[in-house]
Design a protein around this ligand. Structure first.
Ligand SMILES: [Zn+2]
Length: 103
């Protein structure tokens, strides 16, 4: 396999991975994007190692946390700050939300 082929396969793999994540997201892309900016807002309290802020956001949007929280866990989001860092890593490109643009 030459280098170009490898590169293409890798890109394809990445694309499939993104597609899989994309269909697995248990809420709207826009809502997920809003969640990330909500958690990353200026006045956000320090993370207390729970998903308190995330759950409050979901409830305010009438989204059932029981559906979303396990999904966040699959992507390493076990507390509010991990949602920004770990879940964001997986979905940032999909939702088109980027940390640096918001800081
Ligand atoms: Zn945390």
């Amino acid at each position: 396999m030459d280098k170009e082929q490898k590169k293409r396969l890798k890109a394809q793999y990445r694309q499939n991975e993104q597609d899989e994540i994309c269909v697995s997201i248990p809420m709207g892309i826009d809502e997920l994007k809003d969640l990330l900016s909500f958690l990353n807002r200026e006045s956000a309290p320090e993370c207390d190692h729970t998903l308190k802020e995330t759950v409050a956001f979901l409830k305010s949007k009438q989204i059932d946390p029981k559906v979303v929280v396990p999904w966040l866990g699959e992507h390493g989001g076990f507390c509010d700050c991990e949602v920004i860092y770990n879940v964001y890593d997986d979905v940032g490109d999909i939702v088109g939300w980027h940390l640096d643009e918001n800081s």
